[in-house]
Design a protein around this ligand. Structure first.
Ligand code: SAM
Ligand code: FES
Length: 333
C-alpha cells in the first residue's frame, strides 16, 4: 500500500472496517504462529536516563522521579524467578544510563546466557554506537528493541530535544539489523502533534525495515513532563494500527502492551484479538516497579511476578490464545 492508501484507510475507518481488519489480522497470525502467545520477562533495571524526551516520565529533568539501579545479582535473581515461571526470553530495559558501560552490560548479558543458555536476551537500552551494539551481540544478546517513535523527522523534533534526531535513531536500527540482531521497532499512537500522514509514514517505514518485532502503544501523558496536559492516544486507533501492522508484517512478533492495558481494563485482550501475539509481564522486583513510571497510572506496579503471569494467562485465554514456554523467535520459513 502507498501513503495515500494508508491515509484514506486510517481516516475512513469505522467499526465495520475495524472488525473485518481484526478478523484478517487474526487469520494471518494463525497462519504463522497458530494460537500461541509468547511471553517476555521484562526487567526494568535502571530508571536513570541522560535523555530528556518530552513525553517520558523518567526523563532526566524530572526531579520527582526517585532513581534506582538494579545490581547484577538483582538482575540474575529476576531471571532465576522468571525461568522457574516458564520465561525463555528476558528483556533488559532501561533509560540511557551511562553507568551501564559496555563492559558492565556485556558482563550481565554473558552471565545470563551462561546460566540460562536456552533463553534469549533482548536489550532495550536506547541509542549506542555500532561498536557498542557489536560488543553486546558478541557477548550473547539476541534481540534489540528500539522504537523509531515516529518516522517523520519534523514530528520527531517536536517530541525530543535538539540533541536527539530521527536520523540517528534510524541509523541505530540499521546498524542493529546489519550486526544480526532480531530487531524490534515501533511508535506511540496519538503522540502530541501526530497526523494521519505521520502514521502512514510509520507504516511505510515498517514495511521497508521489515523488523522482527513491532511494539506500539498509546501515548499516555505523565504529570511531570512538558506533555502533562496533552491527550492520550485512543484504544480504538491503537488497535486499528495494530491490525494494519499484522497485515503488513504477518510474520512479526507484536506485543499487546502495558500501555494498552493502562488505557483500558481489557486493552491487552483486545490487542490480542486485533493480531498481537506477545505479552511482556513485569519481572522487576516489586520494590522498584512504581519508580519506572513512564506515564501516569501505569498498571502492574504492585504485583509479584507470579501474580502478573497468572493474570495474563487468563487474559490470553479470554482472547482465544495460549501462553507457551518457548523462546518465541521470529518465524523463519
Ligand atoms: N531508553 C530506551 C529507549 O529509548 O528505547 C528504552 C526505554 S523507553 C522508556 C521505552 C519506550 O517507552 C519508548 O520507546 C517510548 O515509546 C515509550 N514511552 C515513553 N514514554 C511514554 C509515554 N508517556 N506514553 C507511552 N509510551 C511511552
Ligand atoms: Fe530516557 Fe525516557 S527519556 S528512557
Amino acid at each position: 500500500m502507498n501513503k495515500e492508501e494508508y491515509v484514506s484507510l486510517i481516516d475512513g475507518r469505522d467499526e465495520e472496517t475495524a472488525r473485518y481488519l481484526f478478523s484478517l489480522a487474526r487469520k494471518r497470525r494463525e497462519e504463522y504462529y497458530g494460537s500461541k502467545v509468547f511471553i517476555r520477562g521484562l526487567i526494568e533495571f535502571t530508571n536513570y536516563c541522560k535523555n530528556d524526551c518530552y513525553y517520558c516520565g523518567i526523563r532526566k529533568s524530572n526531579r520527582n522521579a526517585s532513581r534506582y539501579r538494579l545490581s547484577d545479582e538483582d538482575i540474575i535473581s529476576c531471571c532465576e524467578e522468571g525461568y522457574s515461571l516458564g520465561f525463555r526470553t528476558f528483556v533488559l530495559q532501561g533509560g540511557e544510563d551511562p553507568y551501564f558501560t559496555d563492559e558492565r552490560m556485556c558482563r550481565i548479558v554473558s552471565e545470563i546466557k551462561k546460566s540460562y543458555g536456552d533463553c534469549a536476551v533482548t536489550l532495550s537500552i536506547g541509542e549506542r554506537s555500532r561498536e557498542s551494539y557489536q560488543k553486546l551481540f558478541d557477548a550473547g544478546a539476541d534481540r534489540f528493541l528500539l522504537r523509531h517513535e515516529t518516522a517523520d523527522f519534523c514530528h520527531y523534533s517536536m517530541l525530543h530535544p535538539e540533541n536527539l534526531s530521527a536520523e540517528n535513531r534510524q541509523l541505530c536500527l540499521k546498524n542493529l539489523k546489519d550486526i544480526g540482531y532480531q530487531v524490534g521497532t515501533g511508535f506511540m499512537v496519538g503522540s502530541p502533534f501526530q497526523t494521519t500522514e505521520n502514521l502512514a509514514d510509520d507504516m511505510l517505514f515498517l514495511s521497508s525495515l521489515k523488523p522482527s518485532m513491532v511494539g506500539i502503544g498509546p501515548f499516555i501523558p505523565h504529570k511531570d513532563t512538558p506533555f502533562a496536559d496533552k491527550h492520550s492516544g485512543t484504544l480504538e486507533l491503537t488497535l486499528f494500527m495494530l491490525g494494519l501492522i499484522r497485515l503488513a508484517l504477518p510474520y512479526a512478533l507484536i506485543p499487546s502492551t502495558t500501555a494498552l492495558g493502562t488505557i483500558s481494563p481489557i486493552g491487552r485482550e483486545l490487542g490480542l484479538k486485533a493480531g498481537a501475539n506477545v505479552v511482556m509481564p513485569n519481572l522487576s522486583p516489586p520494590s522498584v516497579r512504581k519508580k519506572y513510571m513512564l506515564y501516569d497510572n501505569k498498571i502492574c506496579t504492585g504485583e509479584e511476578s507470579a501474580q502478573c503471569l497468572e493474570c495474563l494467562k487468563k487474559r490470553v485465554e479470554n482472547a482465544g490464545c495460549q501462553i507457551v514456554v518457548d523462546r518465541g523467535d521470529v518465524y523463519k520459513p
